[in-house]
Design a protein around this ligand. Sequence first.
Ligand SMILES: CC(C)(COP(=O)(O)OP(=O)(O)OC[C@H]1O[C@@H](n2cnc3c(N)ncnc32)[C@H](O)[C@@H]1OP(=O)(O)O)[C@@H](O)C(=O)NCCC(=O)NCCS
Length: 159
Amino acid sequence: MSFRIRMIEPRDREIVERALMSAWGSVRVVSRGKLWNPCDLPGFVAERSGDLVGLVTFRDEADSTEVVTLDSFAEREGIGSALLEAVANYARDRGKTYLWLITTNDNIPAIRFYQRRGWDMVALHHGALAQSRRLKPEIPTHGVDGVPIDHEIEFRLAL
Ligand SMILES: CC(C)(COP(=O)(O)OP(=O)(O)OC[C@H]1O[C@@H](n2cnc3c(N)ncnc32)[C@H](O)[C@@H]1OP(=O)(O)O)[C@@H](O)C(=O)NCCC(=O)NCCS
């Protein structure tokens, strides 16, 4: 099934917020001890017939771009891969040399997904979720398949 990727625009704020709330129960994201509101960040949406079917947000650092959130609402149709590709192209065009992101230890499907797409697992931040919960107490104790959420796993993709 086809879909269209475009940059998030200011008019999308409400729908982006609603999508993040339904996916994660929060519009706050912690990575490496910093708190972000993805609604304030640039990103891309995937749309089909005017409906939101995927969403990625990111933020720039000097040489790199962090993928802050990635969500597909119609899985296994290429939407997640297309959103990552859109961020990679956008970052490359602005001279960034790599993408990076954080996922948590419970999220085995995401860990699989990134590795299948050439991302390198560059670090395990052991016990990092204790600090994350000080910033964002609503992080659940258990995640995918009831696995305790304790650690951050850092991935990197060279551009
Ligand atoms: C991880 C996630 C973003 C992947 O999104 P997605 O849209 O399913 O991704 P894709 O469709 O591009 O790829 C998923 C699989 O579907 C396959 N696929 C793509 N198009 C397909 C099609 N038309 N028919 C069958 N399979 C297809 C891909 O090859 C891929 O399989 P592979 O990994 O074995 O190669 C999605 O599962 C998600 O939103 N998860 C929950 C949120 C989350 O954990 N986000 C990451 C947090 S760090």
